[in-house]
Design a protein around this ligand. Structure first.
Ligand SMILES: [Zn+2]
Length: 663
């Protein structure tokens, strides 16, 4: 189709093997190197306003030839069925990272940008592009002396390798868990789970510690000792390998932050985020903890009562009891059974529901493209049309398979530009796949995840018409990124949204509003403890990046923090830190989920009672989503709300009062 005729789409529309990808990557790397050399050698100050803008544009597009290659290397290294191609993708990612570091430390490139007089630029947006480019150069260390820059380069290279090792170890050194008596051990699990895990000849059953086995087992298995042993296996993934990888990763980051003039990595990495420094993050976490700790203590007391119904002598709730007892409480208090409600959520209905709801909100259409090549037969492709004109392309890779990424995420593929390519992105999830009579029933939790990831997707696509590459898509502050996604989760909790697509597989009845209401109340069970655990993760990530890593053993620090924050004891001999994947990708910034949730809860009020009201959606799209990184996130939110965002809405949510109650 004409609209997608752009070099950025060539690789996406070709059938690619590892050799072809290797070659395309080599050519793209060479083109960026040539553009870099040309930019560097031109020299001299730009004469006049037009020349200044042109030079800035040249800079902004420098990495464009690597755009799709880099995005596909990142995506395919995690999902491609061809192991050889996954390996090539890892290499390509390392080469691109090395080139980025090289460019970010190149004094001659920096000097050319410093030579641009901001007053000569056309508007504030151009000045922002320049300001951010210079800031990123300085944060990378371009103004340090030559030996320091060489050390910075070496550290960055090591960090890429350590990060890849850390993530690969978590995937490859995952654990399996053998239950000698499978029949008895799976007591409490739903029938389709037991059918999918038949016993071996000796009667044993082997589970993996991946989410699709772990969540059901920890939620429903009746044998507490088995749940404890399962959790122990899960929290022993990548041990001992990642313990030393993590120590090295933290040590290199601490050294790098020092060379870049910061007290520690936590301060360095938060400097260009909404939070601005680690002290404000710590304050924020403390504020949330202060609210939820007493509430979590009450919840644990309730869970202990529930546990004593099964075992009169029980005197404590273990970490392995939490999901199981929360499920029981949901059933006994709110007559809510998370397994039964799956009957309203067959995969295809949910997918069409998410498409239709989004289409109606934003005046769009999603048009299937079965004619295009894809990396796996289960991948679906849709073009996004607005008033009959294509504006974006969406890929869905939604079902689990061996060797595929285990979680849910949005991967951007093409950064859209005004006058350039249309934007494109891919959702990767692990939802049940419809097969024959089995329609692939989702938990409501998974429906929420679908909306969450679609929120990221629309943010990337709708910010795909800006004039500057460095401002396009989700190029906003990292601690704002989870706002559109967590906001969109609210649609999965609204009875009037759900009744549009959630119909019972047998009776075809739409989901009753009372059931949604019970589901919402049941969701409050264990909420404070869940938030407290999230804050434990956030504090752990922050503390690991706040002091010299060798001062104390990482496991000791984890146990100490756990003791001071959480209402259940540490499970002896486990090492959660070895498989805490966010320590690589997010480093000190696990707090961003809760920080974004503050804004999402505040923004929700502006949508009012009718989430399908297109005028609020239009304003959200125009004033926030479509703006990408063209202004500070706080300013975008101010434009949408007519005021600064506030902590109150989150506090009310945590305390369980509704907006109506607090008026
Ligand atoms: Zn997210």
């Amino acid at each position: 189709m004409e609209a997608f005729r752009h070099p950025a789409y060539e690789l996406l529309e070709a059938v690619v093997d590892s050799a072809a990808f290797r070659q395309a990557a080599g050519e793209a790397l060479a083109r960026v190197r040539a553009a870099r050399d040309a930019f560097r050698s031109a020299g001299g100050q730009p004469a006049g306003a037009a020349a200044a803008s042109e030079l800035l544009r040249e800079w902004d597009r420098l990495f464009e030839p690597l755009g799709t290659v880099g995005a596909l290397a990142h995506l395919w290294s995690k999902v491609h069925p061809d192991a050889a191609l996954r390996g090539v993708c890892d290499d390509v990612e390392r080469e691109i990272a090395a080139l980025s570091t090289e460019v970010s430390l190149d004094r001659a490139l920096y000097e050319r940008l410093v030579g641009i007089d901001p007053r000569a630029l056309a508007d504030d947006e151009e000045r922002r592009v320049l300001e951010r480019a210079l800031r990123d150069f300085r944060r990378a260390g371009v103004d340090r002396d030559a030996p320091t820059r060489e050390r910075i380069r070496a550290l960055n290279e090591e960090l890429v390798r350590l990060g890849q090792d850390f993530e690969r170890n978590i995937i490859e050194l995952g654990r399996s868990f053998r239950i000698p008596d499978g029949q008895a051990g799976l007591a409490g699990l739903p029938a389709d789970f037991r059918a999918a895990h038949p016993p071996a000849a000796d009667g044993s059953v082997t589970l993996s510690t991946d989410p699709q086995d772990r969540i059901p087992f920890l939620s429903f298995a009746e044998d507490g000792a088995l749940r404890r042993d399962f959790l122990r296996a899960h929290l022993s993934r990548a041990v001992p390998e990642n313990l030393s990888v993590l120590r090295d990763l933290l040590a290199r980051r601490a050294e790098l932050a020092g060379l870049l003039g910061h007290a520690n990595w936590a301060d360095y990495v938060t400097e260009d985020k909404m939070a601005r420094n680690a002290a404000r993050v710590r304050e924020f976490i403390d504020r949330v903890v202060e609210i939820v700790r007493p509430l979590a203590a009450e919840e644990i007391a309730d869970l202990l009562v529930e546990k004593r119904r099964l075992d009169a002598r029980a005197d404590a709730v273990g970490e392995w009891d939490r999901l199981f007892l929360v499920e029981r409480l949901k059933r006994s208090r709110h007559a809510f059974d998370s397994q039964a409600v799956r009957d309203y959520f067959p995969y295809a209905s949910v997918r069409d529901g998410v498409f239709n709801v989004t289409a109606e909100l934003y005046g769009l259409e999603f048009v299937a493209r079965p004619d295009l090549p894809r990396w796996h037969p289960s991948v679906e492709i849709r073009d996004v049309h607005e008033r009959g004109v294509p504006i974006a392309r969406v890929y869905l890779d939604m079902h689990p398979r061996a060797g595929k990424y285990k979680h849910a995420a949005m991967f951007d593929l093409v950064a859209g530009l005004d006058g350039g390519p249309l934007p494109s992105a891919c959702l990767v999830c692990n939802f049940p796949e419809p097969r024959g009579a089995d329609r692939g029933l989702l938990l409501h939790d998974q429906v929420t995840t679908f909306f969450h990831e679609f929120g990221h997707l629309m943010h990337h696509l709708l910010a795909g018409r800006l004039r500057w590459r460095s401002l396009a898509g989700i190029a906003t502050e990292w601690d704002f990124v989870e706002v559109p996604s967590q906001l969109y989760e609210e649609w999965a909790w609204d009875p009037r949204v759900l009744e549009r697509f959630a119909r019972h597989v047998e009776t075809d009845e739409p989901i009753p509003a009372q059931l949604v209401e019970r589901m919402r109340r049941a969701d409050d069970c264990g909420k404070a403890t869940h938030v407290l655990v999230q804050m434990f993760y956030a504090r752990l990530a922050l503390e690991y990046h706040s002091s010299a890593p060798d001062a104390r053993d990482l496991s000791d620090r984890l146990i100490e923090l756990k003791r001071s924050l959480l209402p259940f004891p540490h499970l002896e001999g486990t090492h959660f830190e070895a498989s805490f994947g966010h320590l690589h990708g997010y480093s000190a910034m696990y707090y961003t989920y809760m920080w974004s949730l503050v804004i999402a809860k505040d923004v929700l009020a502006r949508f009012g009672a009718d989430l399908m009201d297109p005028s609020a959606a239009r304003a959200w799209r125009d004033q926030v989503l479509a703006r990408g990184g063209s202004r500070d996130a706080a300013e975008l939110v101010r434009a949408f709300l007519g005021r600064d965002f506030r902590f109150d809405a989150l506090e009310h949510w945590l305390r369980g009062t509704t907006a109506a109650q607090i008026a």
